[in-house]
Ligand binder design. Structure first.
Ligand SMILES: Cc1cc2nc3c(=O)[nH]c(=O)nc-3n(C[C@H](O)[C@H](O)[C@H](O)COP(=O)(O)O)c2cc1C
Length: 199
C-alpha cells in the first residue's frame, strides 16, 4: 500500500498551501483551479471552476464579474464550497463556509497584475448574460480597447473578488485499493479540531 497519508498540520491553510505548491510543480495546467459551488437562497445548487488567486489564513480568494450567476447567488446566499482535485497527486481538498467580498484595494491590486487583454476582457464580458453572437463580444472588446488606449486599465466596478472563509476543510489522499486517507478540519472557538473519516 502507498504509505503517503495526510499529515495533520497546525493550520489547514498551511497544509492547503503546501499541497498547492506541490500541485504547481506537478499539474500540467491551472494548478489553482477549483470547483466552486454556490446555491440560490432556496437551495438550488450550481457549480463551476474558478482560479484561486489568494490563499492565506484569512481564506480563499477568487475573482469574478459581480453580475455573474455565481455572484448573484452569493449575494442571496453567501454560503459556498470549493473542491480542488489534482490528478497528478491523487489528492482532493474540500472547503466550505461563508464568503465575504475583498476590499477595493485588494481587488485593484490583483486587477492591476493581470495582462492588459484580460483587463479589457473583464470590461467587455457581461458574464453569464446571453450574447447575440461572438461578433457582439469582439465589438465590445474593440470598443474597450479603444477607450483604454492610453494608460492603465482601471478595474470595472462590476468586477471584484470573494474570499471564502472556511468553517471546514477536508484533505483527501488517494491510497491503493480505494483505502483512501481523509482528514477533516473543523473550526472551533479555540482553533481547529481534526478527525479522520472512513474513506
Ligand atoms: C479552469 C477554469 C478556471 C476558471 N476561472 C474562472 C475565474 O477565476 N473566474 C471566473 O469568473 N470564471 C472562471 N472560469 C469560468 C467559470 O467556470 C464560469 O464559466 C463563469 O465564471 C460563469 O459562471 P456563472 O455563470 O456560474 O457565474 C474558469 C473556468 C475554468 C474551466
Amino acid at each position: 500500500m502507498d504509505m503517503k497519508t495526510v499529515t495533520k498540520s497546525q493550520s489547514p491553510f498551511s497544509l492547503f498551501q503546501e499541497w498547492m505548491a506541490e500541485a504547481e510543480k506537478s499539474e500540467p495546467n491551472d494548478p489553482t483551479a477549483t470547483a466552486l459551488a454556490t446555491a440560490t437562497a432556496d437551495g438550488r445548487p450550481t457549480v463551476r471552476m474558478v482560479l484561486i488567486k489568494g490563499l492565506d489564513e484569512r481564506g480563499i480568494v477568487f475573482y469574478t464579474n459581480l453580475g455573474s450567476r455565481k455572484a448573484r447567488e452569493l449575494e442571496g446566499n453567501p454560503r459556498a464550497a470549493i473542491c480542488c482535485h489534482w490528478k497528478s497527486l491523487r489528492r482532493q481538498v474540500r472547503a466550505d463556509g461563508v464568503v465575504e467580498t475583498v476590499s477595493d484595494e485588494e481587488a485593484d491590486a490583483y486587477f492591476a497584475s493581470r495582462p492588459r487583454l484580460s483587463q479589457i476582457g473583464a470590461w467587455a464580458s457581461i458574464q453569464s448574460k446571453p450574447m447575440k453572437g461572438r461578433f457582439e463580444f469582439e465589438k465590445r472588446i474593440a470598443e474597450f480597447t479603444a477607450k483604454f488606449n492610453v494608460g492603465e486599465v482601471p478595474r470595472p466596478g462590476y468586477w471584484s473578488g470573494f474570499r471564502l472563509v472556511p468553517e471546514q476543510f477536508e484533505f483527501w489522499q488517494d491510497q491503493k485499493y480505494r483505502l483512501h486517507d481523509r482528514v477533516v478540519y473543523s473550526r472551533s472557538e479555540d482553533g481547529w479540531t481534526t478527525e479522520r473519516l472512513y474513506p
